[in-house]
Design a binder for this molecule. Structure first.
Ligand SMILES: [Zn+2]
Ligand SMILES: [Zn+2]
Length: 338
């Protein structure tokens, strides 16, 4: 009876208006406690998948927060939307790093440009990347030149000044720390092997007494292990040869069959990622850019089967997986903000 009354009430415009108000507030201003009072090194996965499609996941993106400052590592398709949903304040974003110039690591730079412009960035968007990153940003500037002008004309110079449209591209160098404005923070790029991509980087990030390494896309060439020695968190891309081969067997398309074969020679396998974590004595292994991304618990079990007896302190990241490492402690707290 109550259920029937409820059903009829929901047809009343007044009730609809009230419910809509409540719902809209939750949807539009669902503020996550992103910045808090505790000094931490924090990671939020803003894109957890590689190019192979997986529902509910954006392509590669990691948001690293050191104190109050934010640095973004890669901006794959869908990641800018996630960053908006996480209520990230763009003025706190001090730089975007592109590990290498594959599309799944940089397709959302134009949306990052737009959102940060609207939120009051005071200079062109800083993008750090390998040799050639300036051609990428020049290309985006050319492709979006009409968009910049339309938005400037519509919203005005005060809101969207043309003087700060576009990018500030900075080429990064192997093993040379990135100058930054965050006290206690060191960002160190290191070359990795992702041939035929001839300029690809991983990153080591140290904030006060906490540390993490981001592998980028790479084969297991020893670099990630070298830089990961004793870090708190290793964030590693990984491929499951077992799962990829199973997908290949049922693939109806010859093109997909070839792609699934080719990608096996320039990524680190999940077994190797486990061995690196064990041998480098890292505290926790966070898998991102998983190939293919497990979409069921059975797939996840099979994905991680090769490291069952190698390394057990691991997490498969989703979009919104957050890792919090408070300064002055050994704690590693992991939750989901979605
Ligand atoms: Zn990739
Ligand atoms: Zn790649």
């Amino acid at each position: 009876m109550l259920f029937l009354i409820g059903l009829s009430l929901i047809n009343l415009p007044k009730v609809q208006d009230k419910l809509l108000d409540i719902g809209l507030e939750r949807i539009a201003f669902n503020t996550q406690p992103f910045l808090d009072d505790v000094d931490t090194l924090k990671v939020v996965v803003c894109g957890s998948r590689a190019p192979l499609p997986a529902p509910g996941r954006a392509e590669t993106c990691l948001l690293v927060e050191a104190g109050d400052d934010i640095y973004i590592f890669d901006m794959g398709n869908g990641s800018a939307n996630n960053i908006q949903q996480y209520q990230v304040q763009w003025p706190n974003v001090k730089g975007i790093f592109i590990t290498h110039m594959h599309s799944d690591h940089m397709a959302d730079l134009p949306d990052a440009h737009l959102f940060s412009w609207i939120q009051g960035r005071n200079a062109p968007l800083k993008v750090y990347g390998p040799k050639g990153i300036n051609l990428v940003t020049k290309g985006f500037e050319l492709a979006y030149s009409a968009d910049y002008q339309y938005r400037n004309l519509h919203h005005g110079d005060e809101m969207l000044p043309m003087s700060i449209s576009g990018y500030d591209a900075i080429t990064i160098k192997n093993d040379k720390a990135i100058e930054n404005e965050t006290p206690g923070l060191e960002i160190l790029p290191f070359a990795v092997n992702h041939e035929p991509v001839n300029h690809a980087f991983g990153f080591k990030v140290v904030y006060k007494d906490r540390s993490l390494v981001i592998s980028g896309d790479t084969i297991n060439d020893g670099s990630v292990q070298k830089y990961s020695q004793d870090v708190d968190l290793l964030i590693h891309s990984a491929i499951s040869i077992d799962l990829v081969e199973r997908v290949r067997k049922i693939s109806p398309l010859p093109q997909l069959d070839k792609i699934l074969f080719d990608i096996q020679d320039y990524h680190t396998t999940i077994k190797e990622a486990g061995e690196i974590a064990r041998d480098a004595n890292v505290k926790h292994l966070l898998i991102y850019h998983s190939i293919p991304t497990p979409q069921t618990s059975i797939m996840e079990k099979v994905f991680f089967r090769p490291i069952d007896n190698i390394f057990n302190e691991y997490t498969l990241s989703n979009d919104g997986t957050r890792v919090i490492m408070p300064v002055g402690s050994d704690e590693i707290l992991i939750d989901e903000i979605n």
